[in-house]
Ligand binder design. Sequence first.
Ligand SMILES: [Zn+2]
Length: 379
Amino acid sequence: MFEFAIMLLPVAAASGWYVAFRHYNAKLKKPSNEYEGFFKGINYLLNEQPDKAIDVFIDLLEVDDETIETHLALGTLFRQRGEVEKSIRLHQNLIARPQISLDTRANILNELGLDYMRAGLLDRAENIFLELEKMELHEVNAVRQLLSIFQQEKEWLKAIDYATRLESIEFKKQPLLLSHLHCEAALLYRFEEDADIIKSHLRKALKIDPLCVRVNIISAEIEVAKGEYKQALKLLLKIMDQDRKFVPVFIDLILNCYDRLGRSKQKFDFLSELQQNNESTIVVSRFLDVLLEHKGLEEASAFMHKKLRQHPSKSYLKLYAGITRPDKNTELEFLKSIIKQFDNDVQNFQCKQCGFTSVDLNWCCPSCQDWGVIEPIEI
Ligand SMILES: [Zn+2]
């Protein structure tokens, strides 16, 4: 049924064409043998030879401001069906026609630009949308497409310009997008001596979105690279107030700072407080390490036993098995063999917008392309 409906789509478009054609033909009193041409075109469509059909229709029908909509409709139809080569060819043919008005030219250019976007021909799409932007026609779409192109090309400074312009055209703030674009821009300069430009972008990102965890991560990583662990730790602890869900993701970076500063007691207190309201395996695991170090095996084992009873999970069982002496409990060997089977198949991050899940943290969702929508679900 679906296949049949798909097959009829070009016919539906062609019928629109036919109406336009009749209207046009009636006006100019064209000879009736042109109807033969029209049915020849339909025949090509039904025989799944749309390339030939397009040639016939384009030859048959003059392009003017009255018939252009029909042409454009067929082009859109081809693009929506994924037949981008055909829509490109159709739109290129249209744009080459003389005597089309400026508005019509802009409409065709816009469609051709969308074809190129769909085909992944970003350079060509960029040229078209820049031209439309100059013409001040289809401005919102041109700016939106250019923003998308510059993001795909990782031209972050241009992307910032266009995101800012889109905000002012649409009267709609996009703090997640803009703060992440500034983070990306800051990273462009991370290997350069001049730190001012990095700081400037990071400051802007934080001003736009004060809850942007990534700003403090990047700033802390820069401090760590310089050996400034005190400053790095200060920055990393700010994540606690921004979004605690991200603390487990960067826990080893935080703990490394405590270690480098020789702050063993503060590290213990930090983990002790963190694990009280956090069931993330990595947090419990890191707390278990310091518990063993500071309080010994018995207390660590009792802690894990309690956790396991409160929240029975595969990962807690694994941690518990890790600190209990196997030779004292033959049952444990069996448990361990079971535990190995459900190793590390957990998906750690999920997009709150589209539900996309992944093991690695992506600041920009690979599926819906939105920034700052991925959150940790289990570590
Ligand atoms: Zn998404």
